[in-house]
Design a protein around this ligand. Structure first.
Ligand code: FES
Ligand SMILES: [Fe+2]
Length: 410
């Protein structure tokens, strides 16, 4: 019988020393909370709250209250009977039931429990069971956020009211001709599927989707070689890439020498989470879509997009889901086996985890855009911590963004 020494000469620890790169002893991974956590009071969350974010589509913002979760806060979006949208905190400031069960009236939303009525700016107009409709009702104000509608989306500003910047305009979404219109989406994932009307949330952080925009090499590998041609053949040519600061973001300039011409593709990000990607069908000219990767909470995000289209064109978001196909099947029609063998953006990004472990990354030369974007975001977070305004969110005059993203053939 073997005698086991007891107690051991060395105390047993959960993790030993990692040797020769083996898995044993590996330290637990850590993510960069400074850059990813978005709740109230977090460094990144405070920076995010200095910009406008879409929270719903105008067309579906009605007198039926909707639950909206954004930046880790649970809110209720509705449109009063006069047509004005409102965004209030979920829990009634009387005794805390949800306004989801409230009823929308001419001037606001009435809580189901004791009938307090709140306007779109949170003002309490009536306390139905209090004498005289509530003699102290001016003391109760439901937490609220300013909202504005533009391009068929409802945008909210969740930061300090005295620092509210103007809601930006984008040249590519302005001055439509009579045969053009704007098309909106608020539930479909980027290009490769992954979410649906029933499940609009992507189960991972907004940051990894945002970083994907400045990562042009995944277009060559993931979308063109690994999984076959998911967009267009020309995108499989390895590009010469430059990343540059542009406006308040990072632009990616990818040049491809094609057989008969030079193809210059510019993709643009705008802090903190706006993406302008030119057509994946390689339509020449400026991009025609602006999209926002909106943090729902630390581990979920959703996208909202607006595209400029011809009035008789097939809806662009439907068309796009048919472009990125595998043997004619859309992402939603593919089997698990096909998703495994022909992954797309959703698989690659959700595969990084709900927040990637940044401590385990090995960034290389082709990740320069990711590094630039993270540094730019960090600088804005720091600016807010020091009492300043982040780039692109300075209070003041109306602001028009002149987009440069596009497909240019020379
Ligand atoms: S909990 Fe809303 S009115 Fe009482
Ligand atoms: Fe992609």
């Amino acid at each position: 019988m073997i005698q086991v020494k007891n107690p051991p000469e060395q105390p047993i620890t959960f993790l030993g020393k990692q040797q020769q790169g083996g898995g044993y002893g590996k330290q637990p991974g850590r993510y960069d909370a400074y850059l990813t956590e978005v709740g109230p009071g977090t460094p990144c969350g405070e920076m995010m709250r200095r910009y406008w974010h879409p929270v719903g589509l105008s067309a579906t913002t009605t007198d039926q209250p909707q639950k909206v979760r954004i930046l880790g806060e649970d809110l209720i979006l509705f449109r009063n009977k006069k047509g004005r949208p409102g965004l209030l905190h979920n829990r009634c400031c009387h005794r805390g039931t949800t306004l989801y069960y409230g009823r929308v009236e001419e001037d606001g939303i009435r809580c189901c429990y004791h009938g307090w009525l709140f306007g779109v700016d949170g003002t309490c107009h009536d306390q139905a069971c209090e004498p005289g409709g509530g003699q102290h009702r001016d003391k109760a104000r439901q937490p609220w956020y300013p909202v504005e509608e533009r391009y068929g989306l409802v945008f909210a500003y969740m930061g300090p009211l005295d620092r509210k910047p103007p809601l930006p305009r984008y040249d590519i979404l302005e001055n439509l001709s009579p045969d053009e219109k704007l098309e909106q989406e608020g539930k479909s994932f980027y290009i490769g599927g992954g979410t649906s009307a029933e499940q609009p949330l992507a189960p991972y952080s907004w940051l990894q989707n945002f970083e994907n925009v400045v990562d042009p090499f995944h277009v060559v590998i993931l979308h063109s070689r690994f999984s076959g041609i998911q967009f267009r053949e020309q995108l499989g040519v390895m590009p010469q890439v430059d990343w540059e600061p542009l406006d308040h973001g990072v632009a990616v300039k990818s040049i491809r020498e094609l057989e008969s011409q030079r193809y210059r593709r510019i993709t643009q990000t705008l802090l903190p989470n706006v993406r302008i990607v030119p057509s994946i069908e390689l339509t020449p000219g400026k991009g025609r879509e602006v999209a926002w990767l909106v943090p729902v909470d630390d581990h979920h995000h959703r996208s909202f997009g607006v595209a400029r289209v011809g009035v008789n064109e097939e809806p662009v978001y439907t068309r796009r889901s048919r472009i990125a196909t595998h043997e004619g099947k859309t992402w939603w029609e593919m089997s698990e086996d096909e998703h495994q063998r022909f992954p797309d953006d959703f698989e690659a990004q959700s595969g990084q985890g709900s927040i990637p472990f940044h401590s385990e990354e090995h960034l290389a030369t082709t990740d320069k855009g990711v590094v630039m974007l993270r540094r730019m975001l960090s600088r804005q977070i720091k600016a807010v911590q020091e009492g300043g305004d982040p780039l692109g969110a300075e209070p003041g005059e109306d602001r028009l963004i002149v987009v440069q993203a596009g497909n240019y053939f020379e």
